[in-house]
Design a protein around this ligand. Structure first.
Ligand SMILES: O=P(O)(O)OC[C@H]1O[C@H](OP(=O)(O)OP(=O)(O)O)[C@H](O)[C@@H]1O
Ligand SMILES: Nc1ncnc2[nH]cnc12
Length: 219
């Protein structure tokens, strides 16, 4: 399933980016970088993706053996890569009549609010259990490493709202699915799910069914 996805092609592994940190001022990161495959945009000319891709650090065996952890905190250290990331999402969604950006805790709280402000939508946090003070609805879901529950305030999203779901990464797709279920339970129309990174081997996209998923880079 790839409806609505703007993924066009993988840059071949022979063209992968040099392994380098975003700034020489943080040399301690140098040996930890493993590049992701950058994706081209629809016209094949979005050179911003290469910098975004190379700014993401991969840490093996975190939080447990066998997990290659995609660390977006290094993307945040590179203000150009961070700005480009937000800009790409804003360019894609500003004309799509989105009324709510739903950001998934925790890393969806980094990317969601600047997108919501730029496109003129409300921001709704999708939180871990027992964090929201008001009345909530909740959904349980399975993770690549464990299980969790997601909650949203009742009344934050209205029937007919046009929703964009934002997170840093789609792995098994369980997290995005839970967010979509919460939004659809209250009558919202989920226009698209958007992430910085996709781990395609985990086939999370399939779990989302017909809902489009847009990502910038593949791990
Ligand atoms: O596609 P999935 O297999 O569901 O996994 C993706 C989710 O896993 C990570 O969050 P995590 O649950 O580690 O929570 P955190 O951001 O609060 O650390 C990531 O930020 C996504 O939300
Ligand atoms: N490999 C991974 N890196 C970062 N976040 C994740 N969430 C689930 N799998 C992940």
């Amino acid at each position: 399933m790839s409806s609505g996805s703007s993924l066009i092609f993988h840059i071949p592994s022979s063209c992968r980016l040099p392994l380098s940190p975003p700034s020489p001022r943080i040399p301690f990161l140098r040996t930890r970088f493993i590049s992701l495959k950058a994706m081209a945009s629809e016209d094949g000319k979005d050179h911003r993706l290469a910098r975004i891709s190379s700014s993401i650090r991969v840490i093996p065996d975190f939080p447990k053996p066998g997990i290659m952890f995609q660390d977006i905190t290094t993307l945040l250290l590179d203000h150009k890569a961070f700005r480009d990331t937000i800009d790409i999402f804003v360019e894609r969604y500003r004309e799509k009549n989105i009324s709510v950006v739903a950001g998934i805790e925790a890393r969806g709280f980094i990317f969601g609010p600047p997108i919501a402000l730029a496109i003129g939508a409300k921001f709704v946090p999708m939180r871990k259990p027992k964090k929201l003070p008001g009345e909530v609805i909740s959904e349980e879901y399975a993770l690549e490493y464990g299980t969790d529950k997601m909650e949203m305030h009742v009344g934050a999203v209205q029937p007919g709202d046009r929703a964009l779901v934002i997170d840093d990464l789609i792995a098994t797709g369980g997290t995005l699915c839970a967010a979509v279920r919460l939004l659809e339970r209250v009558g919202a129309d989920v226009v698209e799910c958007a992430c910085v990174i996709e781990l395609p081997e985990l086939k999370g996209r399939e779990k989302l069914g017909h809902r489009p998923v847009f990502v910038l880079v593949k791990g």
